[in-house]
Design a protein around this ligand. Structure first.
Ligand code: RP5
Length: 163
């Protein structure tokens, strides 16, 4: 059973999503990555989403750049939680993607994370946090991940201020 599906609007988005995939793997969350464009392959997108949902999919991560309707279209076709990642592409470098993804009309929510690589990373962590509601081992892994970040910051501070 695939817990999380990452949909991206183009193969060109893949590099920006590498941390998202890596974190899902690090946390042991089963996932699949699909190239499904809301504009260029709308029927394939819905077909793939429906197939995965029937197989037990729990969370959708949808990443797209430009006039980024991918997350909203996914959310229109499922009641699963949808996390939108605005991908930064020229010429507007993600502001267009952010507004297209985040400004959903009331009734069909998309949980939108920050633009680009940071957002891709946070999408995986948010998916982990949602799944951790029903998985105490995953909650513990998230807690350890946070402790690791805190320890790294403290180490950097000690190094900066060591005589
Ligand atoms: C969006 O258009 C994709 O998500 C991608 O970010 C952007 C550009 O796609 P390509 O022209 O590189 O295929 O649909």
């Amino acid at each position: 059973m695939i817990q999380v599906s990452i949909f991206m609007g183009s193969k060109s988005d893949l590099e920006k999503l590498s941390d998202c995939v890596a974190i899902l793997h690090e946390f042991g969350i089963s996932n699949e990555v699909h190239i499904c464009s809301a504009h260029r392959s709308p029927e394939y997108l819905i077909h793939t989403l429906r197939r995965l949902e029937q197989q037990g999919l729990q969370i959708v991560i949808a990443a797209a750049g430009g006039a980024a309707h991918l997350a909203g279209v996914c959310a229109a076709h499922t009641t699963l939680p949808v996390i939108g990642v605005p991908v930064d592409i020229p010429p507007l470098n993600g502001l267009d993607s952010l507004l297209s993804t985040v400004q959903m009309p009331g009734g069909i929510p998309v949980a939108t994370v920050s633009i680009g690589k940071a957002g891709a990373k946070n999408a995986a962590l948010l998916a982990a946090a949602i799944l951790a509601l029903q998985d105490s081992a995953l909650r513990e892994k998230l807690s350890q991940y946070r402790s690791g970040m805190a320890a790294e910051i403290e180490k950097q501070d000690r190094e900066l201020n060591s005589p």
